[in-house]
Design a protein around this ligand. Structure first.
Ligand code: AYL
Length: 528
C-alpha cells in the first residue's frame, strides 16, 4: 500500500508541485480554459456568470478598487451571504494584493465590530439589508477605520458593487506582485484550540497548495454543485468555491438553509454534487419532505463535524447516491488534511492528502504513537497557516517545531486510514459552526448580576453539540436562568445561543492556575 510507518506518517498520495504565484493569477489562468461555461449561478434569481464574465468583472472591480485608493496589504472585510459576487470580490481584492477577511453573515453588530477592529479592515462589502447593522458596528467604536461600504444592490449613502463591476477597467494594468509564502491572502476567524476568535493568516501558497492537494478527487467540467455552505467559512470558501471552479464546475449558490428552497434547488437545478455538513445530511436522510422531490444527487461530501456510519449508510440508500466522501481539517490548515475517497470506509476521515505529514502524540508524555493508538493529531504541510494575526503566543502554542497541534484525538489503522474520536480542545461545534466557549463566557460576564461562568458543549442529536452555560450569580441577585439565556441571545449570532440551557451553580471548578475545568462540568452533566 505504500503507507510507511515511521516516526511520523507520510501521505500515500504522490506529492504535488505548487507554483510560486498569486492566488488571482493561479485562478484566472485556470478560468481562461473554461471561458464559455457557467461558473456560478444565483440559486434565487437564476442570474449566471460565465467564467469569462467572472474574469471581466474581476478586472473591472480591481480597477475600481484601485481608483478608490486600495493598495496591496490593505484589508477588506466581506460580510455578504452566499452569492456569485462573493467570488468576484475575493478575486478582485486578491488581484490587488488586498487581504480578505471573511465575516460570518449572521454576526451581530457587536461581533462584527470586533472583527473589523482586530483585522483593521478599511472597507466592507455587504448586503443592503445588513447596512444598518454595519453602521451600528461602526458607531460602536471610533477606532474602526472603514472608508467605504460597498453594497450588493442599493442602499442610501453606500456605493453599489455594480458600479465597481462596471468600471472601465483602466486603472488595473497588472496583477499585484506576490510573495506567495509570506503574503496573507485570506483572514478568516477561528478560535483554534482555546480563547477568542483569532485572525487566521492563510497565505497565497497555503490556499493554492490546498486546492492542488485536492486534485486526488477530480471534478467533471460542468458538474452542477450546490453552494449552500457559507463562503465566509473555510469549507465553503476553499473546498466549494475555489476548488470546484478550477475544473469548470457550475456552482449554484443559496444564501441560507431553508428546507423548501434547499430541496427545490437540488431538484430544479439538477444538482448532482453537494458539499454538506452532517446536520444537512441528517435532514436529507430523515425528513419526510424529501419524498416529495425528485433529486438527482450522485455524490455528497461531508466535513467540519463527525459523520456516523449508520447515518452515512442510511443516507446513501435513501437517496440512491454513490457515496458520501468525508474530509477533515481546520481553518488553520486551509482547511483539508485528510480525505476519504470512494470506495469509502465508513466513519473514517480517510488518508493524508498529498504533501501532508502527520503524527499522533500521547497527550500526557508527548511520545509519538503507532497504529491504533489514540493521541493528539499533529500536522505538517504546505496548507498549515502562517499564524494568528498579531497573536505570536497563540501561534506558538498551536504550531510547535513546525507541527500544527489540532486539538483533536485520533488514531490510524494499518492502512493509513484515520479516525477522529474526540475533541481535546475547548471548541464547541454547533452544526459544524464554531462556538468558542471563551467568547460566550466573556459575553456572559458582561451581565451585571454575574460573578463567574463557564460554557461547555453538550451532545445533541441534531446539531452535534449545543452550548450550555454554568453561572455563579453575585450575592442577593434573583435574575432567572432564562434571563441570562435571553441576554446572550441578543448579543451573539444564532449558532452561539445557549441552546443547552443555563444552570446556576455556587462555583466554577478551576485548576490551581485558575483554568476552568470543563471536563469536570462535562462529566457532571453526562452523569447527571
Ligand atoms: P473549523 N470529523 C470530525 N471532526 C471534524 C471533521 C470531521 N470530518 N472535520 C472537522 N472537524 C472538527 O476550523 C475538528 O474538531 O474547520 C476540527 O479541529 O471550523 C474542527 O472541526 C475545525 O473546525 C473538508 C471539509 C475540512 C470541511 C473541513 C472543515 C474545516 C472546519 C475538510 O473536506
Amino acid at each position: 500500500h505504500g503507507f510507511i510507518f515511521m516516526l511520523h506518517n507520510l501521505s500515500v498520495h504522490p506529492s504535488v508541485d505548487v507554483p510560486d504565484t498569486s492566488f488571482a493569477s493561479f485562478m484566472l489562468s485556470k478560468y481562461e480554459k473554461h471561458k464559455n461555461l457557467i461558473a456560478i449561478e444565483n440559486g434565487i434569481t437564476g442570474e449566471t456568470y460565465t467564467y469569462d464574465q467572472v474574469i471581466t468583472k474581476t478586472l473591472k472591480t480591481a480597477s475600481a478598487l484601485k481608483k478608490a485608493g486600495y493598495k496591496a496589504g490593505d484589508t477588506v472585510a466581506i460580510f455578504i451571504r452566499n452569492s456569485p459576487e462573493y467570488l468576484v470580490i475575493i478575486l478582485a481584492a486578491s488581484a490587488l494584493g488586498l487581504v480578505i477577511s471573511t465575516v460570518n453573515s449572521s454576526y451581530t453588530s457587536f461581533e462584527l465590530c470586533r472583527q473589523l477592529l482586530d483585522s483593521k479592515s478599511s472597507a466592507i462589502f455587504t448586503n443592503p439589508d445588513l447596512v444598518p447593522l454595519v453602521k451600528e458596528a461602526l458607531a460602536t467604536s471610533s477606532k474602526i477605520n472603514i472608508k467605504d461600504i460597498f453594497v450588493l444592490g442599493n442602499h442610501h449613502g453606500c456605493r453599489p458593487l455594480s458600479s465597481l463591476m462596471e468600471d472601465d477597467g483602466s486603472a488595473f494594468t497588472e496583477l499585484a506582485p506576490c510573495n506567495s509564502k509570506e503574503d496573507t491572502m485570506v483572514l478568516p476567524y477561528s478560535s483554534g484550540t482555546t480563547g477568542m476568535p483569532k485572525g487566521v493568516m492563510l497565505t497565497h501558497h497555503n490556499i493554492i497548495s490546498n486546492i492542488i492537494q485536492l486534485n486526488i478527487f477530480p471534478i467533471d467540467e460542468k458538474e452542477r454543485l450546490l453552494g449552500i455552505l457559507p463562503f465566509y467559512h473555510i469549507y465553503g470558501m476553499v473546498v466549494v468555491l475555489f476548488y470546484n471552479t478550477l475544473y469548470g464546475a457550475h456552482i449554484v449558490t443559496l444564501p441560507k438553509f431553508e428546507p423548501e428552497g434547499f430541496l427545490s434547488t437540488l431538484q430544479n437545478k439538477k444538482i448532482q454534487m453537494a458539499h454538506l455538513v452532517p446536520p444537512l445530511i441528517l435532514f436529507l436522510t430523515k425528513h419526510p419532505m424529501v419524498e416529495d422531490y425528485n433529486l438527482c444527487l450522485r455524490q455528497i461530501l461531508s466535513g467540519a463535524a463527525p459523520l456516523g456510519k449508520d447515518l452515512c449508510i442510511e443516507c446513501t440508500e435513501r437517496l440512491g447516491i454513490n457515496s458520501i466522501v468525508q474530509g477533515y481539517g481546520l481553518t488553520e490548515t486551509s482547511p483539508v488534511v485528510l480525505l476519504d475517497l470512494p470506495p469509502v470506509k465508513y466513519s473514517s476521515v480517510g488518508t493524508l492528502i498529498g504533501n501532508t505529514e502527520s503524527k499522533i502524540v500521547d497527550t500526557k508524555t508527548g511520545q509519538i504513537l503507532g497504529p491504533m493508538e489514540s493521541g493528539e493529531l499533529c500536522i505538517r504541510g504546505p496548507q498549515v497557516m502562517k499564524g494568528y494575526l498579531n497573536k505570536p503566543e497563540a501561534t506558538a502554542e498551536m504550531i510547535k517545531d513546525g507541527w500544527l497541534h489540532t486539538g483533536d484525538i485520533a488514531h490510524y489503522d494499518e492502512n493509513g486510514y484515520f479516525y477522529i474520536t474526540e475533541r481535546l480542545k475547548e471548541l464547541i461545534k454547533y452544526k459544524g459552526f464554531q462556538v468558542p466557549p471563551a467568547e460566550l463566557e466573556s459575553v456572559i460576564l458582561t451581565h451585571s448580576d454575574v460573578q463567574d461562568c463557564a460554557v461547555i458543549g453538550i451532545p445533541d442529536e441534531l446539531a452535534g453539540e449545543v452550548p450550555r452555560g454554568y453561572v455563579v450569580l453575585k450575592k442577593d441577585k434573583n435574575v432567572k436562568e432564562n434571563d441570562i439565556a435571553k441576554y446572550i441571545e441578543n448579543k451573539v449570532a444564532p449558532h452561539k445561543k445557549l441552546r443547552g440551557g443555563v444552570e446556576f451553580v455556587s462555583e466554577i471548578p478551576k485548576s490551581a492556575a485558575g483554568k476552568i475545568l470543563r471536563r469536570v462540568l462535562k462529566d457532571k452533566y453526562l452523569s447527571g
